[in-house]
Design a protein around this ligand. Structure first.
Ligand code: PMV
Length: 297
């Protein structure tokens, strides 16, 4: 299952433990970059990630998610391979939980429509709800307390074809989980009260765009607003490294030179650049000249 990058971000949860979001969100699927997972019955639980047996938090989170499906005295051997460069620091939880969900459904031999698979994956990681389709995907926040209207589905935007470059700026561990950072920022930032309405306005505008520059502009503004919300929380969390700041400046400079390119940023220092597919040659030549690591989807 592929990972995905939000163009209009999911940030903030409603109360409860069903991973119900405060806001709807819109993403671009990283076709070909994600997790391949197979689950077999075994005598005990085990998780083999990229060829190595895991026993820490990753394993705990995985088995806790599998508890949702577990019959009495059923144990699983989970073998998962992730082909996203670790340096990308991109939503591997999205592809990870989407792939776990699909593998569990295959093991059980169930016939589950993608919309329902999306809701199941959401219980592991919110962004995983959006990984079941290629292209642009909309995750409806829903209003029900049981979460049965909080699922994703593919949408078509009226823009020219887009592409995304994932920059590999930093490969260190996240300093704080998105779950934790969401909680802090929404409980303490003075911007928290206005975030849902401003984010919804970004989403409404994104769904109506007629060209990629409009979408790029919204995506960049939305990511900047999310990071302002996070930075103005107490304690303040700043995901930017100096490289992150340099790249933001560079993207704006390129735009000043007439290059159609915008950035988005998740809960980490790496940037993803959004541009028309038709500009891919120009953008990759520029990226190559800087020596940065990246991949394009
Ligand atoms: O799915 P989570 O809990 O890892 O949260 C994802 C949060 C962001 O990546 C920052 C935004 C998003 O919509 O993917």
């Amino acid at each position: 299952m592929p990972s995905n990058i939000a163009l209009v971000k999911y940030w903030g949860k409603r109360p409860g433990n069903l991973n119900l979001p405060l806001v709807s969100s819109l993403s671009y699927t990283l076709d070909g970059y994600g997790s391949k997972t197979h689950i077999a019955l075994d005598e005990k639980d085990s998780l083999i990630l990229n060829g190595k047996e895991k026993s820490g938090d990753e394993a705990k989170k995985t088995f806790a998610f599998l508890d949702l499906f577990r019959a009495t005295s059923e144990y699983y051997r989970v073998v998962s391979d992730n082909n996203i460069p670790t340096a990308a620091g991109v939503a591997s939880s999205a592809s990870g939980f989407a792939a776990l969900t699909a593998a569990m459904i295959a093991l059980k031999g169930w016939d589950v429509p993608l919309k329902e698979q999306s809701m199941l994956a959401r219980l592991g990681s919110g962004s995983a709800a959006r990984s079941f389709w290629n292209g642009i995907v909309l995750w409806h926040k829903g209003v029900r307390e049981d979460g049965m209207d909080s699922y994703a589905e593919p949408v078509t935007l009226q823009t020219e074809p887009m592409a995304m470059a994932v920059l590999l700026l930093d490969q260190s561990q996240k300093k704080i989980s998105s779950r934790e950072a969401m909680k802090i920022s929404l409980a303490t930032s003075p911007l928290a009260a206005e975030w849902p309405a401003r984010q919804q306005a970004h989403l409404d505008a994104a769904l109506k765009v007629k060209d990629l520059p409009s979408l790029g502009h919204i995506a960049e503004e939305n990511a900047e607003l999310m990071h302002e919300l996070i930075r103005t929380g107490t304690p303040s969390v700043d995901f930017d490294l100096s490289e992150t700041k340099e790249w933001k400046t560079r993207v704006r400079q390129w735009r000043g030179q007439g290059v159609p390119v915008w950035f988005t940023q998740d809960a980490g220092p790496n940037l993803k650049l959004l541009f028309p597919r038709a500009s891919q040659k120009d953008i990759t030549e520029r990226l190559n000249a800087t020596g940065v690591g990246y991949f394009v989807v």
